[in-house]
Design a protein. Structure first.
Length: 338
Protein backbone atom coordinates (compact mmCIF):
# COMPACT_ATOMS: atom_id res chain seq x y z
CA UNK A 1 0.00 0.00 0.00
CA UNK A 2 2.71 2.46 1.05
CA UNK A 3 4.83 1.49 -1.96
CA UNK A 4 1.91 2.14 -4.31
CA UNK A 5 1.32 5.58 -2.79
CA UNK A 6 5.01 6.49 -3.14
CA UNK A 7 5.09 5.34 -6.76
CA UNK A 8 1.95 7.39 -7.45
CA UNK A 9 3.66 10.45 -5.94
CA UNK A 10 6.64 9.97 -8.23
CA UNK A 11 4.44 9.48 -11.31
CA UNK A 12 2.39 12.61 -10.56
CA UNK A 13 5.17 14.83 -9.23
CA UNK A 14 4.17 17.80 -11.39
CA UNK A 15 0.66 17.94 -9.87
CA UNK A 16 1.98 17.19 -6.38
CA UNK A 17 4.43 20.10 -6.55
CA UNK A 18 1.78 22.50 -7.85
CA UNK A 19 -0.55 21.43 -5.04
CA UNK A 20 2.19 21.79 -2.41
CA UNK A 21 3.12 25.22 -3.77
CA UNK A 22 -0.47 26.48 -3.60
CA UNK A 23 -1.13 24.92 -0.19
CA UNK A 24 2.08 26.38 1.24
CA UNK A 25 1.27 29.89 0.02
CA UNK A 26 -2.21 29.69 1.59
CA UNK A 27 -1.02 28.13 4.84
CA UNK A 28 1.71 30.76 5.19
CA UNK A 29 -0.96 33.47 5.34
CA UNK A 30 -2.46 32.03 8.53
CA UNK A 31 0.54 30.33 10.19
CA UNK A 32 1.58 31.82 13.52
CA UNK A 33 5.14 32.45 14.70
CA UNK A 34 5.27 29.19 16.71
CA UNK A 35 4.13 27.20 13.68
CA UNK A 36 6.75 28.87 11.52
CA UNK A 37 9.39 27.85 14.05
CA UNK A 38 8.26 24.22 13.78
CA UNK A 39 8.40 24.43 9.99
CA UNK A 40 11.98 25.74 10.12
CA UNK A 41 12.96 22.94 12.49
CA UNK A 42 11.58 20.35 10.04
CA UNK A 43 13.74 21.51 7.13
CA UNK A 44 16.83 19.34 7.67
CA UNK A 45 14.94 16.06 8.30
CA UNK A 46 12.82 16.68 5.20
CA UNK A 47 15.92 17.46 3.12
CA UNK A 48 17.49 14.16 4.14
CA UNK A 49 14.26 12.37 3.21
CA UNK A 50 14.42 14.06 -0.20
CA UNK A 51 18.11 13.62 -1.08
CA UNK A 52 19.10 10.28 0.49
CA UNK A 53 16.71 8.02 -1.50
CA UNK A 54 17.66 9.85 -4.70
CA UNK A 55 21.34 9.10 -4.07
CA UNK A 56 20.59 5.37 -3.69
CA UNK A 57 19.39 5.42 -7.31
CA UNK A 58 22.59 7.11 -8.60
CA UNK A 59 25.62 4.94 -9.33
CA UNK A 60 28.66 7.19 -8.89
CA UNK A 61 30.93 4.39 -10.10
CA UNK A 62 29.83 5.32 -13.61
CA UNK A 63 32.49 8.06 -13.40
CA UNK A 64 35.03 5.31 -14.09
CA UNK A 65 33.59 4.93 -17.62
CA UNK A 66 34.13 8.58 -18.51
CA UNK A 67 36.90 7.91 -21.09
CA UNK A 68 34.58 5.66 -23.09
CA UNK A 69 32.10 8.51 -23.44
CA UNK A 70 34.55 11.41 -23.44
CA UNK A 71 33.00 13.39 -26.32
CA UNK A 72 29.44 13.37 -24.99
CA UNK A 73 30.49 13.97 -21.38
CA UNK A 74 32.86 16.77 -22.40
CA UNK A 75 30.07 18.48 -24.33
CA UNK A 76 27.68 18.08 -21.40
CA UNK A 77 30.20 19.72 -19.06
CA UNK A 78 30.72 22.60 -21.49
CA UNK A 79 26.98 23.17 -21.85
CA UNK A 80 26.21 22.80 -18.15
CA UNK A 81 29.04 24.94 -16.77
CA UNK A 82 29.66 27.45 -19.56
CA UNK A 83 26.58 27.87 -21.77
CA UNK A 84 23.92 27.37 -19.06
CA UNK A 85 25.36 29.93 -16.59
CA UNK A 86 25.80 32.52 -19.34
CA UNK A 87 22.24 31.97 -20.51
CA UNK A 88 20.97 32.23 -16.93
CA UNK A 89 22.88 35.49 -16.34
CA UNK A 90 21.46 37.03 -19.53
CA UNK A 91 17.90 36.04 -18.68
CA UNK A 92 18.26 37.14 -15.04
CA UNK A 93 19.45 40.59 -16.09
CA UNK A 94 16.65 40.88 -18.62
CA UNK A 95 13.79 39.68 -16.40
CA UNK A 96 14.97 39.78 -12.78
CA UNK A 97 16.68 43.16 -12.62
CA UNK A 98 14.65 44.11 -9.55
CA UNK A 99 14.65 40.73 -7.82
CA UNK A 100 18.05 39.36 -6.87
CA UNK A 101 16.42 36.44 -5.02
CA UNK A 102 14.71 35.10 -8.14
CA UNK A 103 17.92 35.53 -10.14
CA UNK A 104 19.77 33.39 -7.59
CA UNK A 105 17.10 30.73 -7.94
CA UNK A 106 17.70 30.67 -11.69
CA UNK A 107 21.46 30.39 -11.11
CA UNK A 108 20.93 27.32 -8.94
CA UNK A 109 18.80 25.73 -11.65
CA UNK A 110 21.50 26.47 -14.23
CA UNK A 111 24.42 25.18 -12.14
CA UNK A 112 23.06 21.82 -10.89
CA UNK A 113 22.39 19.61 -13.94
CA UNK A 114 21.09 16.08 -14.54
CA UNK A 115 18.03 15.02 -12.60
CA UNK A 116 17.13 11.50 -11.59
CA UNK A 117 14.92 11.41 -14.71
CA UNK A 118 17.84 11.99 -17.09
CA UNK A 119 18.42 8.27 -17.61
CA UNK A 120 14.70 7.46 -17.77
CA UNK A 121 13.96 10.09 -20.44
CA UNK A 122 17.06 9.02 -22.39
CA UNK A 123 15.81 5.42 -22.47
CA UNK A 124 12.29 6.44 -23.51
CA UNK A 125 13.68 8.54 -26.38
CA UNK A 126 15.91 5.72 -27.64
CA UNK A 127 19.18 7.28 -26.50
CA UNK A 128 22.40 5.76 -25.17
CA UNK A 129 21.62 4.91 -21.55
CA UNK A 130 25.22 4.27 -20.53
CA UNK A 131 26.30 7.69 -21.79
CA UNK A 132 23.47 9.29 -19.82
CA UNK A 133 24.49 7.47 -16.62
CA UNK A 134 28.14 8.50 -16.97
CA UNK A 135 27.16 12.10 -17.70
CA UNK A 136 24.87 12.15 -14.65
CA UNK A 137 27.61 11.02 -12.28
CA UNK A 138 30.32 13.30 -13.70
CA UNK A 139 28.13 16.41 -13.86
CA UNK A 140 26.73 15.93 -10.36
CA UNK A 141 30.22 15.68 -8.84
CA UNK A 142 31.37 18.68 -10.90
CA UNK A 143 28.39 20.74 -9.70
CA UNK A 144 29.13 20.03 -6.04
CA UNK A 145 32.77 21.06 -6.59
CA UNK A 146 32.25 24.31 -8.52
CA UNK A 147 28.90 25.62 -7.22
CA UNK A 148 30.25 27.90 -4.44
CA UNK A 149 32.92 29.38 -6.73
CA UNK A 150 30.41 30.15 -9.49
CA UNK A 151 27.91 31.65 -7.08
CA UNK A 152 30.55 33.83 -5.42
CA UNK A 153 30.99 35.45 -8.85
CA UNK A 154 27.33 35.57 -9.88
CA UNK A 155 25.66 36.64 -6.62
CA UNK A 156 25.84 40.42 -5.95
CA UNK A 157 27.96 41.52 -3.00
CA UNK A 158 24.91 43.21 -1.45
CA UNK A 159 23.39 39.80 -0.71
CA UNK A 160 26.25 38.94 1.69
CA UNK A 161 26.80 35.51 0.13
CA UNK A 162 29.40 33.36 1.95
CA UNK A 163 30.93 30.55 -0.18
CA UNK A 164 32.46 28.93 2.93
CA UNK A 165 29.03 28.60 4.52
CA UNK A 166 27.69 27.08 1.30
CA UNK A 167 30.40 24.40 1.37
CA UNK A 168 29.18 23.42 4.85
CA UNK A 169 25.60 23.22 3.58
CA UNK A 170 26.69 21.14 0.59
CA UNK A 171 28.36 18.71 2.98
CA UNK A 172 25.17 18.45 5.04
CA UNK A 173 22.50 18.20 2.36
CA UNK A 174 24.41 16.64 -0.56
CA UNK A 175 27.70 14.96 0.36
CA UNK A 176 26.52 13.10 3.48
CA UNK A 177 23.34 11.77 1.82
CA UNK A 178 25.49 10.91 -1.23
CA UNK A 179 27.86 8.83 0.90
CA UNK A 180 24.99 7.22 2.81
CA UNK A 181 23.12 6.49 -0.43
CA UNK A 182 26.19 4.95 -2.06
CA UNK A 183 26.77 2.68 0.97
CA UNK A 184 23.09 1.70 1.02
CA UNK A 185 23.14 0.97 -2.71
CA UNK A 186 26.18 -1.26 -2.26
CA UNK A 187 24.51 -3.14 0.61
CA UNK A 188 21.25 -3.63 -1.30
CA UNK A 189 23.04 -4.91 -4.40
CA UNK A 190 24.88 -7.46 -2.26
CA UNK A 191 21.58 -8.66 -0.81
CA UNK A 192 19.34 -8.43 -3.88
CA UNK A 193 19.81 -9.26 -7.54
CA UNK A 194 20.06 -6.42 -10.06
CA UNK A 195 16.49 -7.12 -11.17
CA UNK A 196 15.16 -7.05 -7.59
CA UNK A 197 17.02 -3.79 -6.93
CA UNK A 198 15.52 -2.31 -10.07
CA UNK A 199 12.04 -3.01 -8.70
CA UNK A 200 12.92 -1.09 -5.53
CA UNK A 201 14.02 2.06 -7.39
CA UNK A 202 10.51 3.53 -7.94
CA UNK A 203 9.91 3.33 -4.16
CA UNK A 204 13.12 5.29 -3.50
CA UNK A 205 12.02 7.80 -6.12
CA UNK A 206 8.66 8.07 -4.39
CA UNK A 207 10.30 8.83 -1.03
CA UNK A 208 12.33 11.56 -2.69
CA UNK A 209 9.17 12.93 -4.33
CA UNK A 210 7.46 13.02 -0.92
CA UNK A 211 10.41 15.04 0.37
CA UNK A 212 10.10 17.44 -2.58
CA UNK A 213 6.39 17.98 -1.88
CA UNK A 214 7.03 18.62 1.82
CA UNK A 215 9.95 20.99 1.30
CA UNK A 216 8.04 23.01 -1.32
CA UNK A 217 5.17 23.31 1.14
CA UNK A 218 7.48 24.43 3.97
CA UNK A 219 9.44 26.86 1.78
CA UNK A 220 6.31 28.45 0.33
CA UNK A 221 4.74 28.73 3.79
CA UNK A 222 7.77 30.55 5.15
CA UNK A 223 7.96 32.97 2.19
CA UNK A 224 4.22 33.33 1.54
CA UNK A 225 3.98 36.97 2.62
CA UNK A 226 6.84 38.10 0.37
CA UNK A 227 5.70 36.12 -2.67
CA UNK A 228 2.05 37.16 -2.46
CA UNK A 229 2.96 40.79 -1.81
CA UNK A 230 3.49 41.08 -5.58
CA UNK A 231 1.87 38.01 -7.17
CA UNK A 232 2.22 39.30 -10.74
CA UNK A 233 5.99 39.68 -10.42
CA UNK A 234 6.20 36.26 -8.78
CA UNK A 235 4.18 34.56 -11.53
CA UNK A 236 6.26 36.27 -14.21
CA UNK A 237 9.25 34.20 -13.06
CA UNK A 238 7.91 31.50 -15.39
CA UNK A 239 8.92 33.48 -18.50
CA UNK A 240 12.72 33.41 -18.06
CA UNK A 241 12.49 29.78 -16.93
CA UNK A 242 10.83 28.82 -20.21
CA UNK A 243 13.50 30.82 -22.05
CA UNK A 244 16.28 29.03 -20.17
CA UNK A 245 14.94 25.54 -20.86
CA UNK A 246 14.20 26.32 -24.51
CA UNK A 247 17.69 27.77 -25.01
CA UNK A 248 19.61 24.91 -23.41
CA UNK A 249 17.48 22.32 -25.23
CA UNK A 250 18.09 24.00 -28.58
CA UNK A 251 21.87 24.26 -28.09
CA UNK A 252 22.19 20.70 -26.79
CA UNK A 253 20.13 19.29 -29.63
CA UNK A 254 22.06 21.25 -32.28
CA UNK A 255 25.48 20.29 -30.92
CA UNK A 256 24.46 16.65 -30.56
CA UNK A 257 23.38 16.44 -34.20
CA UNK A 258 26.68 17.92 -35.40
CA UNK A 259 29.18 16.14 -33.14
CA UNK A 260 27.64 12.88 -31.89
CA UNK A 261 25.75 9.86 -33.20
CA UNK A 262 21.97 9.90 -32.74
CA UNK A 263 21.84 7.82 -29.53
CA UNK A 264 24.51 9.80 -27.70
CA UNK A 265 22.99 13.05 -28.94
CA UNK A 266 19.78 12.13 -27.11
CA UNK A 267 21.77 11.45 -23.93
CA UNK A 268 23.45 14.86 -24.30
CA UNK A 269 20.10 16.61 -24.61
CA UNK A 270 18.76 15.08 -21.40
CA UNK A 271 22.05 15.48 -19.51
CA UNK A 272 21.84 19.22 -20.15
CA UNK A 273 18.14 20.11 -20.34
CA UNK A 274 17.17 18.19 -17.19
CA UNK A 275 18.27 20.00 -14.04
CA UNK A 276 18.64 18.55 -10.55
CA UNK A 277 15.88 20.62 -8.98
CA UNK A 278 15.80 18.50 -5.80
CA UNK A 279 19.39 19.34 -4.90
CA UNK A 280 18.92 22.98 -5.91
CA UNK A 281 15.85 23.18 -3.68
CA UNK A 282 17.64 21.47 -0.79
CA UNK A 283 20.59 23.86 -0.84
CA UNK A 284 18.48 27.01 -1.13
CA UNK A 285 16.21 26.02 1.75
CA UNK A 286 19.07 24.87 4.01
CA UNK A 287 21.70 27.55 3.30
CA UNK A 288 21.54 30.67 5.47
CA UNK A 289 23.76 32.44 2.92
CA UNK A 290 21.11 32.13 0.19
CA UNK A 291 17.85 34.18 0.17
CA UNK A 292 14.97 31.75 0.63
CA UNK A 293 12.80 33.56 -1.93
CA UNK A 294 15.08 31.87 -4.48
CA UNK A 295 12.89 28.80 -3.87
CA UNK A 296 10.07 30.11 -6.09
CA UNK A 297 11.80 29.78 -9.51
CA UNK A 298 12.99 26.30 -8.55
CA UNK A 299 9.48 25.24 -7.54
CA UNK A 300 8.07 26.65 -10.78
CA UNK A 301 10.74 24.75 -12.74
CA UNK A 302 9.15 21.50 -11.53
CA UNK A 303 6.10 22.48 -13.62
CA UNK A 304 8.18 23.11 -16.75
CA UNK A 305 10.78 20.35 -16.72
CA UNK A 306 8.67 17.14 -16.92
CA UNK A 307 6.59 18.31 -19.92
CA UNK A 308 9.82 19.35 -21.64
CA UNK A 309 11.19 15.83 -21.25
CA UNK A 310 7.99 14.34 -22.65
CA UNK A 311 7.88 16.73 -25.62
CA UNK A 312 11.40 15.76 -26.68
CA UNK A 313 10.53 12.05 -26.42
CA UNK A 314 7.61 12.60 -28.81
CA UNK A 315 9.83 14.69 -31.08
CA UNK A 316 12.32 11.80 -31.35
CA UNK A 317 9.65 9.14 -31.81
CA UNK A 318 7.09 10.89 -34.02
CA UNK A 319 9.34 13.15 -36.09
CA UNK A 320 12.99 12.07 -36.13
CA UNK A 321 12.46 8.29 -36.09
CA UNK A 322 9.75 8.52 -38.75
CA UNK A 323 11.76 10.86 -40.97
CA UNK A 324 9.17 13.64 -40.81
CA UNK A 325 9.61 17.38 -40.43
CA UNK A 326 8.03 19.37 -37.61
CA UNK A 327 5.73 21.04 -40.15
CA UNK A 328 4.54 17.66 -41.44
CA UNK A 329 3.91 16.37 -37.91
CA UNK A 330 1.94 19.49 -36.93
CA UNK A 331 -0.02 19.35 -40.19
CA UNK A 332 -0.87 15.71 -39.58
CA UNK A 333 -1.98 16.45 -36.02
CA UNK A 334 -4.22 19.32 -37.18
CA UNK A 335 -5.80 17.23 -39.93
CA UNK A 336 -6.44 14.34 -37.53
CA UNK A 337 -8.25 16.63 -35.13
CA UNK A 338 -10.13 18.34 -37.90
Amino acid sequence: MIGAVLRALKSNLLYVVVGSLAAGLLFGQVAEAETRGLLRASVLPILFLMIYPMMINIDLREVLNVRKHAAAVGLSLALNFAVAPLLAVGLARLFFGGSVEYAIGLYFIALIPTSGMTAAWTGLAGGDLETALVAMAVNLLAAVAVLPTYLSVLVPASVGFDPTALYRQLAQVVVLPMVAGTITRYGLLRRFSAEEFKRLKPTFGGLSSLGVALIVFVAMSLRSAQILADPVASASAVVPLVGFYAGILFVGSALGRVVLDAERAVALVYATSMRNLSIALAIVVAADAVPTAAVLPIALAYVIQPPLGAVYVHYRRDIVDEGRSVREAVGGLVSDRG
